[in-house]
Design a protein around this ligand. Structure first.
Ligand code: SF4
Length: 368
């Protein structure tokens, strides 16, 4: 039998892939046996039939409630209390609050993004829309030109809707609205406009976690995927590392994340492992235990469920004004990351992000 060069290469690649996969599985299995690693999310995450699935906002529209909900959220702008800053400014009249948002929504960029969690990225990327400005503004912000300086372009809600449709045309798996809180009315309005033009992707609400629970309640039936940070467990640390004190950050994050969990529950994917609905929490490990990781994992275990998707992140870097703060003016050590993951495992969390589990294995090898 003749075999073409292309076929030979393909079979070689498949064989190598299978061997690599087997090797990876063996590493994981051995670590599992030693009790060092938890099971992979793919074994724990409920699977839905993507063909029968539709985004939550379509059901709300069918019930005739979507427009009314948008109006409720938009009215808040008159005396803005969209977030815990509660500035009380009239955004319709162009008054500027802490977040510095002008009347129109300001967007820095939109594109398929491949650096997000794997269930969001899939094969064709997460459709991120980066909104300018921010209602929290951390001193270690990695997106400071966008969040602190407000770089970007003001656009209409119709243009925002077109961005969402472009993202869908590119094949992305979701609309990932990054730092959305202060421009929520625009996002909801644009989503409905886009929906009437054929948008069918889930909305992924990618937030710092500094939210008001009563505003999150208004998103019930609109947002399918919540992707909040939980940055600090201690109010004093939150106050210290935000440009304007946010002492109430831990309380607000706990309230709003609990509400998110009530609405959408644990992560659910399609058969390919692509996120359709659910809560995914991010926690960035910081130097000198500043983020309160031990308290964070215990809080998740005791207040949500052990199968809650949690991404313990190792990628803290010294950005923006972090150089001025001694406690956070360095990267984390391998010991600090291993300690953080040990706490997560000890707390019983069993749906940890795949890449955080890989990082765990890598950093374990570096610790004497
Ligand atoms: S969204 Fe902006 S203006 Fe409104 S309360 Fe928050 S920081 Fe203030």
């Amino acid at each position: 039998m003749r075999i073409t060069r292309r076929a030979l290469l393909k079979h070689m690649c498949l064989a190598c892939g299978a061997l690599l996969l087997k090797a990876c599985t063996q590493v994981d299995d051995s670590l599992l046996e030693e009790g060092l690693l938890v099971d992979t999310p793919s074994l724990l995450t409920p699977v839905a039939d993507a063909e029968d699935w539709q985004p939550a906002y379509m059901k709300l529209e069918t019930e005739g409630k979507f427009e009314e909900r948008i109006n409720q959220v938009t009215q808040i702008l008159e005396k803005c209390e969209l977030c815990p800053r509660r500035c009380g400014v009239n955004r319709f009249e162009g008054q500027i609050g802490f977040c510095r948002s002008p009347e129109k929504v300001v967007v820095y960029s939109f594109s398929p993004h491949f650096g997000e969690e794997l269930p969001l990225v899939g094969r064709r990327g997460s459709g991120t829309i980066f909104f300018s400005n921010c209602n929290l503004r951390c001193v270690f912000c990695q997106n400071w030109p966008i969040a602190h300086e407000g770089r970007g372009h003001p656009i209409t809600d119709e243009a925002l809707a077109d961005m969402m449709l472009t993202i869908q045309q590119k094949g992305c798996h979701n609309i990932n609205v990054v730092t959305p809180t202060h421009v929520l009315p625009h996002i909801l309005n644009a989503t409905r406009i886009a929906m009437h033009k054929g948008l069918r992707l889930p909305i992924c609400y990618n937030t710092s976690g500094y939210e008001l629970v009563e505003v999150i309640q208004l998103l019930d039936g609109i947002v399918d995927i919540y992707l909040p940070d939980f940055k600090f467990m201690d109010g004093a640390e939150a106050e210290r590392y935000n440009l304007a004190a946010a002492f109430d950050y831990p309380v607000r994050a706990k309230e709003s994340i609990s509400e998110m969990h009530r609405q959408v529950g644990e992560l659910m994917t399609d058969v390919d492992g692509i996120a359709l609905r659910g809560l995914m929490i991010r926690h960035l490990v910081m130097p000198n235990r500043v983020a309160g990781t031990k308290e964070f994992v215990q809080w998740v275990a005791e207040n949500l469920t052990l199968d809650t998707y949690v991404n313990i992140m190792a990628q803290y870097r010294v950005e923006f004004k972090a150089f001025e703060y001694e406690q956070i003016a360095r990267a984390i050590t391998s010991e600090e990351f291993v300690e953080a993951m040990d706490w997560a495992v000890e707390a019983g969390l069993r749906n940890l992000d795949e890449r955080s589990v890989s990082q765990y294995a890598i950093h374990q090898r570096k610790v004497p």
